[in-house]
Ligand binder design. Sequence first.
Ligand code: AGP
Length: 608
Amino acid sequence: MCGIIGAVAQRNVAPILIEGLKRLEYRGYDSAGVALLQDQEIKRIRTTGRVAALEEAVREQNAHGLTGIAHTRWATHGAPTEGNAHPHVSGGIAVVHNGIIENHEALRAELKQAGFSFTSQTDTEVIAHLINHYFKSCRDLFQATREAVARLQGAYAIGVVCDSMPNKLIAARQGSPLLIGVGVEEHFIASDTSALLPVTQRFIYLEDGDVAELGLTSIVVVDKNGAAVSRAIQQSELRAEMVELGEYRHYMQKEIYEQPRALSDTLQELINGGVQPILFGMEAESILSTIERITFLACGTSYHSALTARYWIEALAGIPCNAEIASEYRYRTSVPDPKALIVTISQSGETADTLSALKHAQSLGHEYTLTICNVSESALVRESRLNMITRAGPEIGVASTKAFTTQLAALFTLALVLAKLRGRLNAVEEQKQIAALRALPGQMQRVLALESRVQRWAERFAEKQHALFLGRGMHYPIALEGALKLKEISYIHAEAYPAGELKHGPLALVDKDMPVIAIAPNDALLEKLKSNLQEVRARGGELYVVLDEDTHIQDMDEIHKITLPLHAGWLSPILHVVPLQMLSYHAALQKGTDVDKPRNLAKSVTVE
Ligand code: AGP
């Protein structure tokens, strides 16, 4: 989704803004723009396509300034054209925006009536005109922005500058992420920390309804009631090089290979301190002992984590679970259960659907909330009573990989804690599970070593139009995840089914052109799965099977096999997803798609 960066400094901020936009590219965008206060005027440059084109235009036009804002736009209202790209300008005021203004049509009509003319199809342009409208009477950008945002319905994070107020940068947020970077006699705004790491590691996280005025040495924040508030400065542990590509060709590749480290970091406290409720926060023991059911809310890959966790928690802790797609849950009439724990799962912690689903659950009276999240300062973490932060580190590739496997590690931890609180995990079993978790990063290294074999599969897949993924039990969500990864970055149409469902419909699709990928761990469902595989072979389908070292599958003609280490028991899904991640990565490479920034997609989906 859209990315925002802004700066007020005593040096030329153009290179800082361009570097920031490059670091926000991963969020997904189709046009970019910058506005700099140059010689008491707004110098605006906008381009479609990549930030590199904007950088070139800035260089050619020698654009510079001590104050400025910049933006990457992911089109919602209006096509991805230069005219619709941000910043939008009204009078001497320039605005960048992330979010959706729901009442933009009514505001547009009102502003037209007042004599403003529009040059774009965007909802954002109303914000620029509205601020200009109020600025004409008060001549104070901070005040005018506060009056303007009071009229907006929907979600926004905005940055504003004005040609008659050099050294001032205004920021406001409601529902979309925005933070302030604190420097020495210079200040910044951005959609996330990664954009600002080259210039600062000190951040202020704005809250919903906040409006801030940044000067060279001052930061003033007012909250949604108009009261001046002091928001704490937080020191980030992230360093600029953590979001750099290094020796890798793509972020997705880097992030696949970071998984053993990410798992060790996420599991460190559990492995050192044992299965303890405190891993989820101070109130965890009382809340987790009270709850009688769990509702998971999440989107995309994070939803697949929820589906997997359901198998673990019901089997190990005996607590009924349901997993719901957040965008569906928030609009359906559900029956609230006061004893239910609402668990949201999200890499970014800013996904609009998941955040709204949590708020909806709270509005229904759900008091017990927990989030599994990769960003400790995110909105979901702030809104939830309990949390566990996955230690995957920044995930830049749009296709989620290390976030998924660390979510699974955190959710398995939750299953163990719940089992222990209910007297279903004795000391011997606890040690056994901890030993298995300790061994997990090493086992994953062995799976990663299979890359060249997966690559050979990918060469065959790249020619295909469709693929079918099969799994059973707790590996069915892994089949779903494999199919999502493949379609997301290689644009090959893929579906996933529980293998037992095959003959209830999808078997009709199977022929020689339909590759079928089956996840065949050595678990209790293996014999059932083998029969399903025979059904595919009998119809001429080409089978690609991911096995465990101790899985015995009778040789069939034309069956392609990749063998993982010995069956990893409950942790098996965390290993079996890795070849599927590598398969989609290599299929995308073969097809020449933009692996880290697949078409039409955004990393962090901050609009509905
Ligand atoms: C995964 O590869 C996707 N890009 C997407 O499904 C993602 O998992 C989903 O948008 C949820 O994001 P979140 O985890 O940040 O909430």
